[in-house]
Ligand binder design. Sequence first.
Ligand code: ADP
Length: 257
Amino acid sequence: MKNKVALVTGAGQGIGRAIALRLAKDGFAVAVADFNQETARKVADEIAHTGRKAVAVTVDVSNREQFFAAVEKARTALGGFDVIVNNAGVAPTTLIEEITPEIVDKVYGVNVKGVIWGMQAAIKAFKAEGHGGKIINASSQAGHVGNPELAVYSSSKFAVRGLTQTAARDLAHLGITVNGYCPGIVKTPMWEEIDRQVSEAAGKPLGYGTAEFAKNITLGRLSEPEDVAACVAFLAGPDSDYMTGQSLLIDGGMVFN
Ligand code: ADP
């Protein structure tokens, strides 16, 4: 993957951070893009310490102009553009009756619009470089089945699978493949927060994220961020060249399709 450049959004922590570190290990120069400037810088420094090229870019993926500027910054700083990983996401829990316009705007803004703007910005950068590229979008196991109290999030992740399939058809003629990944329950700050919120609403600890809950997962354990990063590394590399429009489940066997 020498001389290839990848941009990963939401790369300041959790799954995105693991993806950024893995792609760097595989030889990519990596743009670490996040809303949070401080965490993005930390991860970029971590990569730079391993001797790989990295740049931190601050971006709110729900803002189209910001996203285009971030991709352009990455392309200029790293000298190319080959892969975008639209990983940033938010997942507030709510009961159906308590969904507010603000929650819908926020979740669809980041999880759905963010993916659309990211694909557009990447297409522009690939064209400027005079070649195709790979677009990789984050869906979820919740993009295959409804998850309790996550209606807005779950529907946003169903939408991402639709975007991935459609974009794959629309962009093949440009030499661009579009695939996705669908994590299950990953040990990240996001999942800890979901566990806390759902338990609080239920008035008792539900223990999502515990060994007890892991019994519901075919492989009997929660996911490490690195499990997901390995799947994304495959999608970012040449071994997936003959794949497009797919959203791979990497969930320990929670959902079969
Ligand atoms: P996950 O389990 O998907 O890794 P986390 O909540 O642990 O979830 O991490 C999500 C990352 O996405 C965080 O670093 C967060 O700052 C980032 N993020 C959230 N919203 C945005 C946004 N609008 N634009 C860019 N990055 C964002």
